[in-house]
Design a binder for this molecule. Structure first.
Ligand code: SF4
Ligand code: SF4
Length: 154
């Protein structure tokens, strides 16, 4: 009986305190700016230097490219095996063009190990959802502002 009352006292003492749990997945956590989540890749920015693959401590990045008529290297394939990626951030630190960056996404649970192998399309789509969407919004902002400025003149 004493144990029950003691437990009840602990429960009641916590009631007025701020909640630390979230109604996930309806409410998503707000991560710090430098949170190391799963990667995004901008195919246009990648210069196929291979530094990310060379520095990766688990060798989970593989990529290939070909030289185009403009004599520049263009990315053909880029794969990350999230089965062995330790989200250490080294690949993004060395990338000279910020083509590969980390996002605040963290949900990678899958029923099969094969699904943890992400290719260039998947990684680029992740870019489109994150920085790509932000860059598009930035590019469109001046036009939107011009539209708003003209509204009040009539
Ligand atoms: S985060 Fe680390 S382990 Fe993962 S791909 Fe980049 S360098 Fe490799
Ligand atoms: S370090 Fe950056 S630019 Fe170089 S291959 Fe990797 S993603 Fe591309």
């Amino acid at each position: 009986m004493f144990g029950f009352l003691k437990g009840l006292a602990v429960t009641i003492s916590q009631l007025p305190k701020k909640k630390v749990t979230l109604q996930y997945p309806d409410v998503r956590p707000q991560w710090p700016e430098r949170f190391r989540g799963i990667h995004q890749l901008s195919v246009e920015r990648c210069i196929v230097c291979g530094q990310c693959a060379r520095i990766c401590p688990t060798s989970c990045i593989s990529l290939s490219g070909t030289r185009g008529e403009d004599r520049k290297l263009h990315l053909d394939t880029f794969d990350i095996s999230f089965e062995i990626c330790i989200l250490c951030d080294l690949c993004t630190e060395v990338c000279p063009t910020e083509a590969i960056k980390m996002t605040d996404e963290f949900e990678l649970a899958a029923y099969s190990r094969d699904q943890l192998y992400k290719n260039i399309e998947w990684l680029h789509e992740n870019y489109v959802r994150h920085d790509g969407a932000k860059e598009l919004a930035e590019a469109e902002r001046p036009a939107a502002l011009v539209g708003k400025a003209g509204e009040g003149r009539d």
